[in-house]
Design a protein around this ligand. Structure first.
Ligand code: ADP
Ligand code: ZN
Ligand code: ZN
Length: 728
């Protein structure tokens, strides 16, 4: 007798799958990609079938599957294959990857087929009944009047919006005044015609060329759309997506930030008469599941989301788009450490469709791939609407007196632009009042007891706060070491600048945008609305300002601390810092006003700044690539990082050293202490693994998780990060 065996991946940190016997009654149903319930030890857990096999005999007795949870796979073939690829590439346990791909509700066992949608509609009787017949039931009469306005009927959600209770509808149903009809979710019409709800902008010749080339491609292809800030990349996406929707296919768009940039989502909603699903972090588990259904059943034409939206199932995939592809948020920094852009390319290949990576400041990795001919390069060099790119000026602040971080010259320009009725954007990538609290008498500095970093002074809250571990303490009244009373804040952050600017420019509004001043969506939308009135004022903020915003009235941008990122311990520091400069600068001069950007720096002769100013980002990127090549760094070398941490530094060094000697090919340097040596009480160290050949690196890495398990003693946490983006 042969046996049907299911290979099941379970959400446990183990790299193998588990075998379960499929009971005869489940054999016609069970298939790869379905969720099952199985017993693991004494628990019942949810796993995913990866494969079904038939075996002539069993080597050892197997447990039975308990339940098959799905009538059809929740992970289709392409997503299953993507997971298998990710397992081999990131060396992460398959079960954790597969469950990560599903919405939380499904991980917890929710039904994977949507409930039919109940609609309440007036019956013939209800349509014709007179008020006099319902004299004693004014509430019922009121509901009937509402339903007369809605010939399609009301869903439960819509009824709620109108303040109608389910019990009230049921009463009317009993009186045969309304009917309840069930509509299967995918019975609802998907696209209304005509598809376009507004006339597209007439594309510039550069845009048209990009659109034509993308539309002409068939099968898999990867495009790198390098377009200066404000050049109309989004318009290219819109016009390409129009074609995709015409073919009854779906578009998946990944963006770095969605809650901060409602404008972007609105542009998609306004353009098309199709359902646009937006996966943002404020969704409840149920809403997220609903969005998943809409995408999977093909009702949603456009799906927009951040990193994890990559795993949204698509009934008819047509195109994948990664906007701001250089953005670091596409890399997950804990657990399953994948890069959504890189996996998106794999997914596009599995579907045989094209993928567009867009950015004003493409990553060096993507530029390198384009140079090597693996991606098709598309360029937008000009801005639209007669807008020109802003002028960048370096401002030498050495030996200048600074006020809350701003030079006299910057302040003069600030006043000038405000007087002209324009907005000024002041950018500093630091929250709080000051990054360091120092004793002027004895040089004591406030330190976080759990981390090797300084806590930030938040003056209005009256606390020192560690941004790494959350440690918090009231600001001391005097120095704990010498009892002196001269504690001075060193450097400045948004809070300090806010105080200074609102005191010196009281006649203008000041909008501060950072995590502390914008605690929720509502506040953010309100602030953005104020800014979009385009009255003169100062916009002050951190990187929250950078992503995707369009501020039409901004004519001057001041970058307070240009140098902050240039001298980072991370080899990508300069790339990131200069990308940010370009992105912030790109907020200026968007609506026909010539924009100016002041870069305050202590290092005006810095060669990278010079190239950026004289020749622009692309030339700078080419220069950085040459450097990377010479220094044998990515994208010319492939990297993986073995990170370890523990409460004792000797333990991790011993652990990493024991692995270092076993990996002579890919571990030339030996372990080093991490730049942030201690975080939340844990000492941290790294072993950098590298190879010129991706294949070699992966051959050697295959056994590493097992080796780590054998070598790591109690209380050492370790993880492997393939293509690490953060080396701190
Ligand atoms: P990006 O995504 O490259 O930053 P956007 O797509 O947001 O640029 O476009 C910047 C501005 O230019 C927007 O206000 C947009 O409406 C406008 N724009 C884009 N393409 C055109 C066009 N072909 N004609 C007129 N205006 C355009
Ligand atoms: Zn002191
Ligand atoms: Zn800390």
């Amino acid at each position: 007798m042969s046996h049907v065996v299911a290979q099941v991946a379970l959400p446990v940190p183990l790299h193998h799958t588990f075998s379960y016997l499929v009971p005869v009654a489940m054999q016609t149903q069970a298939a790869a990609g379905m969720r099952v319930q199985v017993s693991l030890g004494k628990r019942l857990v949810i796993g995913i079938i990866v494969q079904i096999e038939t075996k002539a005999h069993l080597d050892s007795p197997l447990k039975l599957l308990e339940t098959v949870l799905d009538p059809r796979p929740v992970l289709d073939t392409a997503l299953l294959q993507l997971a298998l690829f990710a397992r081999d590439y990131y060396l992460h346990p398959l079960g954790e990857i597969l469950l990560h791909m599903l919405p939380v509700a499904l991980r917890q066992g929710a039904a994977s087929e949507p409930e039919p949608l109940l609609h309440w509609r007036l019956s013939a009787l209800g349509r014709h009944i007179q008020e006099s017949a319902l004299k004693r039931a004014p509430r019922q009469w009121a509901i009937i009047q509402i339903l007369r306005e809605a010939p399609e009927g009301l869903s439960r959600e819509l009824a709620q919006v109108w303040g109608i209770k389910l019990t009230e509808l049921k009463t009317l149903e009993r009186r045969e005044l309304v009917n309840c009809v069930a509509l299967a979710q995918d019975q609802r019409t998907t696209t209304a015609f005509p598809l376009l709800a507004e006339v597209p902008l007439s594309a510039s010749s550069e845009q048209q060329q990009a659109i034509d080339r993308i539309n002409a491609s068939s099968g898999f292809g990867c495009f790198l759309l390098e377009g200066v800030t404000g050049s109309g990349k989004t318009e290219v996406y819109l016009q390409v997506i129009a074609q995709v929707l015409e073919r009854q296919q779906q578009a998946l768009l990944l963006v770095p930030e969605i809650n901060l940039t409602p404008q972007t989502v609105q542009r998609f909603q306004h353009r098309f008469r199709c359902q646009v699903v937006c996966l943002h972090s404020d969704l409840s588990d149920r809403e997220r599941l609903n969005a998943w259904h809409l995408a999977r059943n093909g009702q949603a034409g456009i799906i927009i989301g951040t990193r994890s939206a990559l795993f949204t199932p698509l009934k008819n995939p047509g195109i994948l788009i990664i906007d701001e592809e250089h953005d670091i948020s596409f890399k997950q920094q804990d657990g399953f450490r994948y890069h959504a852009r890189d996996l998106a390319i794999v997914r596009a290949r599995l579907h045989g469709i094209c993928i567009v990576l867009g950015s004003a400041t493409p990553s060096l990795e993507s530029l390198h791939n384009a140079l090597a001919g693996r991606y098709h390069a598309l360029e937008l060099k000009l801005r639209n609407n007669n807008a020109t790119l802003p002028h960048l000026y370096l401002q030498d602040i050495r030996q200048h007196t600074l006020e809350a971080g701003l030079s006299q010259d910057s302040l003069k320009h600030l006043r000038l632009h405000l007087k002209r009725g324009q907005q000024v954007l002041v950018f500093i990538n630091r929250r709080g009042f000051a990054p360091v609290l120092l004793c002027h008498d004895c040089n004591w500095r406030a330190a976080c007891p759990h981390c090797s970093v300084f806590p930030t002074l938040h003056q209005s809250a009256g606390v020192l706060l560690c941004h790494h571990c959350g440690w918090k303490q009231p600001v001391p009244g005097h120095c704990p070491k010498c009892k002196g009373a001269h504690l001075i804040p060193l450097g400045s952050g948004t809070e300090r600048l806010q105080g200074y600017l609102s005191m010196h420019f009281p006649e203008y509004p000041l909008w501060r945008l950072d995590r502390d001043s914008v605690p929720n969506q509502k506040r953010l939308h309100h602030t953005l609305q104020e800014i979009h009135k385009n009255l003169p004022g100062i916009i002050l903020g951190t990187q929250m300002l950078v992503k995707g915003h369009h501020f039409a009235a901004v004519s001057l941008v001041i970058i307070v601390d240009t140098d902050a990122g240039l001298f980072s311990a991370d080899f990508r520091g300069a790339e990131r810092c200069l990308q940010q400069v370009i992105q912030v600068a790109g907020r200026a001069g968007r609506a026909g006003i010539q924009g100016e950007v002041i870069l305050q720096t202590h290092d005006p002769e810095h060669p990278l700044l010079e190239i950026l100013l004289k020749e622009g980002y692309h030339a700078l990127a080419m220069h950085l690539l040459t450097e990377r090549d010479a220094l044998q760094l990515p994208p010319y070398r492939h990297l993986a990082l073995l990170h370890a941490q523990a409460s004792h530094p000797e333990w991790i060094m011993e652990f990493l050293n024991s692995l270092h000697v076993m990996l002579p090919q890919i571990s030339p340097f030996g372990p080093v202490t991490a730049p942030i040596e201690k975080k939340a009480g844990q000492y941290r160290a790294h072993l950098l693994l590298q190879s010129i050949s991706r294949k070699q690196l992966h051959i050697d890495l295959q056994h590493l998780p097992q080796l780590c398990k054998e070598k790591s003693r109690h209380q050492i946490r370790w993880w492997l990060d393939v293509d690490p983006q953060d080396l701190l």
